[in-house]
Ligand binder design. Structure first.
Ligand code: KQY
Length: 365
């Protein structure tokens, strides 16, 4: 594996869209006791369903700790690759490499600096050193070269690419005090363009209410095709989510993408607000002498947090009346893929959802 200190854009590399063909997908087995309630058994069931749904149409690699390796290898089907790799938690979207491709079909990763969503300012755990090493380890394993971007804090869940020069982010996340406070918005835009080989960054103001990632874009808005997005939406003006979604709609409806196209915006219903129960909280370890979550706390549930696999769209369900309309919308937008809805409350309790626990490897030559 070669480590580059040049800029991907100068070398002709760019981030493909998730809806383009994949070589495979990476996930990390859940184990952390202050993220996954009651020993992680319910989360593991949900992860296994996600893994099997994705593995129907692409190669899946699952990273597991030394402690869990035997268990994971026995639980998962043989066609899923299981590798022993240490991590602090299980968010492949955020610290597996962001993969880029060039016009000849070569694939390289980007190694951003990961600081657990805000470092010592408002990060969610300490330490995060094992997570931060995963991009390098995975590129080594997958025999991909890597770009060093360790001077820039970024998580994969905070960016979306249309593969045609447009990047979506949120101001709430990328301008947060715990990431790159020494850089201006213009300098952050420049970094994204250089490292993602893009032409235009669209800054949405906000994400999902009470999202502990400082409102990652992947929970509120996603590309479904060039020039088309789904946006998490509520019609309830009393819901604190309402002004957040509205602010994104205002930006998207006035903006054009890198190719000058106005956006077609598909409003994706949000699930009925989801709150963590006392029993669920009691199943979580405390962190630094504090409870990780408090009973009644609103969780950042969203149907936008889906993964686009080669042959399927794998989306969360919450046992909610909106599950079906949300599924129907995605099925309409992805007519050639099977939409597979997986009950994902147990992933949501960890702080994210299906998109957050997956990372695609684009198909190369
Ligand atoms: O990308 C994500 N949504 C992950 C959030 C993890 C929070 C840790 N509890």
């Amino acid at each position: 594996m070669r480590r580059y200190h040049t800029l991907p854009k100068d070398d002709g590399f760019y981030m493909p869209a998730e809806f383009e063909p994949h070589e495979g997908c990476i996930l990390i087995w859940p184990e952390r006791a202050d993220s996954w309630q009651y020993g992680g058994y319910a989360a593991r069931k949900a992860f296994t369903e996600v893994i099997c749904a994705i593995a129907k149409s692409e190669k899946v690699t699952v990273c597991a700790s030394a402690r869990q390796y035997d268990n994971v290898r026995s639980l998962l089907p043989e066609y899923v690759r299981v590798v022993e790799m240490s991590s602090n938690d299980s968010w492949a979207r955020d610290y597996a490499p962001t993969f880029l491709r060039n016009r000849q079909g070569e694939i390289r990763g980007v190694d951003w600096y990961f600081n657990a969503w805000g470092g010592l300012v408002d990060g969610l755990y300490f330490p995060w050193d094992l997570d931060n090493k995963m991009a390098t380890k995975l590129c080594d394993l997958l025999e991909k070269d890597i770009y060093d971007a360790q001077d820039f804090v970024l998580e994969g869940g905070s960016i979306h690419s249309d593969g045609e020069g447009t990047i979506l982010v949120t101001e709430a996340c990328l301008l947060s005090a715990g990431r790159n406070p020494q850089l201006s918005k213009e300098e952050i835009t420049q970094k994204l363009l250089e490292y993602l080989g893009a032409e235009k960054v669209i800054w949405l103001p906000r994400g999902v209410y009470h999202d502990e990632t400082n409102e990652h874009v992947d929970n509120i808005c996603a590309f479904t095709a060039p020039g088309e997005v789904v946006l998490g939406w509520t019609e309830d003006p009393n819901d604190p989510q309402y002004p957040l979604s509205e602010s994104c709609y205002q930006v998207l409806s006035r903006e054009t993408d890198a190719k000058g196209r106005p956006f077609t915006i598909h409003k994706m219903p949000m699930p009925t607000p989801i709150h963590i129960t006392q029993e669920e909280c009691e199943g979580l370890d405390w962190m630094d002498g504090q409870p990780t979550r408090t009973p009644g706390e609103r969780l950042a549930g969203s149907y936008v947090n889906f993964y686009i696999a080669n042959g399927a769209v794998v989306m969360p369900g919450f046992d909610d009346p909106m599950d079906q309309p949300a599924k129907e919308l995605l099925q309409r937008l992805f007519p050639t893929r099977e939409v597979i809805q997986i009950y994902a409350r147990d992933i949501l309790i960890g702080g994210g959802n299906i998109h957050c626990i997956t990372q695609q490897i684009p198909l190369g030559r």
